[in-house]
Write a protein that binds this ligand. Structure first.
Ligand code: PMP
Length: 326
């Protein structure tokens, strides 16, 4: 019999699939790493299990302990899944603007969700960060993973994501493209690939227009999970060779094409990463092997990116035209 001992053991070892339609006209091979096939539905499962392992080893998390994290997204799902399997209590502090589905998912995994107002500044006692801090001080045995600064997060990508890409391409990968949120994915996997190839790989950061990483003015944008308005300590700028800036409209148009043409129902940061990968691959020769990481599934965005009405309410008529005409 062949089976995993626990669902947490199914994290990682995601496959590469060749993109064949959105790449029309390109010479290079473009391979997508499909992270929604992780059991919690995103690349964040990888950091969740490693941050918990590291905390157990360091004695920061003991049986009966509580994990507290201010997150509503994919990291929350990964943490909830692993915490449950290891018998920890899990509390998420979530801004109330994320009402609905995301909180329902966390609760479905058995986590507790504390809602806080999104409209107060970080130093306010009811803010996201203040409430998470207070709970960590008040609850004995509490541990806060902090994905923006926990070195186990980029290390998980150095030890799993990077080696998987290297092995699955027989070391022939020439370009690695990923979005940057906390920076864990690109810093960890990118560093591994650079070391394995002795500097023979170019690492390309896909970045939303409006994010700090690729320079230019910092402003709001709609793509979720990527881009920042500060530099997290888990981001290693030395790993990134080039940046490709992608607009909301181009990211969402590509997200929809991936579902329709490649059968890949993925989120907006995946569409953004593929748009950047195609831009990077434009003039590359046939020997080039571009690997682009798709962080999560499109299921979480059905009422946004895949909903024409939502797009109409949030984008200009020209942008909407670009997106719905694909
Ligand atoms: N895409 C999505 C949907 C995400 O949730 C994240 C994580 N914030 C990323 C991309 C970026 O990954 P990382 O934090 O490792 O830079």
């Amino acid at each position: 019999m062949r089976y995993a001992a626990s669902v947490a053991d199914l994290i990682g070892n995601t496959p590469l699939v060749r993109l064949h339609s959105v790449t029309a006209g390109l010479h290079a091979t473009v391979l997508a790493k499909v992270e929604y096939l992780n059991p919690g539905g995103s690349a964040k499962d990888r950091i969740a299990v490693r941050m918990i392992d590291a905390a157990e080893e360091a004695g920061l998390l003991r049986p009966g302990g509580t994990i507290i994290e201010p997150t509503s997204g994919n990291t929350g799902i990964g943490l909830a899944l692993v915490a449950q399997q290891r018998g920890y209590r899990m509390i998420f502090v979530v801004p109330d603007k994320f009402a609905g589905e995301k909180m329902a998912v966390l609760r479905a995994y058995g986590a507790e969700v504390v809602e806080v107002p999104a409209s107060v500044p970080p130093e306010h006692p009811d803010s996201y960060y203040s409430v998470a801090d207070r709970l960590s001080r008040e609850i004995p045995g509490a541990f806060t993973p902090n994905q923006f600064a926990n070195p186990a997060a980029p290390r998980s990508h150095f030890e799993t994501t990077g080696p998987e890409i290297w092995a699955d391409t027989d070391g022939r990968v020439t370009h690695f493209v990923a979005g940057i949120g906390t920076g864990g994915t690109i810093s960890g996997a990118g560093r591994f690939l650079k070391e394995a190839s002795r500097g023979g790989i170019r690492v390309i950061g896909a970045d939303p227009e409006g994010s700090i990483y690729s320079g230019g003015p910092v402003h709001g944008y709609l793509i979720e999970g990527v881009g920042e308005d500060f530099f997290p300590s888990n981001f290693d700028p030395g790993v990134v060779d080039d940046y490709v800036r992608v607009s909301d409209a181009d990211a969402f148009a590509m997200t929809r094409r991936l579902a329709r043409e490649e059968g890949l129902l993925v989120g907006g940061s995946s569409g953004m990463a593929v748009a950047a990968a195609l831009e990077a691959a434009r003039d590359l020769p046939a020997e080039a092997v571009v690997v682009v990481l798709l962080p999560d599934s499109g299921r979480g965005y059905l009422t946004k990116i895949f909903d024409d009405q939502w797009l109409g309410a949030h984008m200009s008529p020209t942008d909407l035209d670009t997106i719905v005409s694909v």
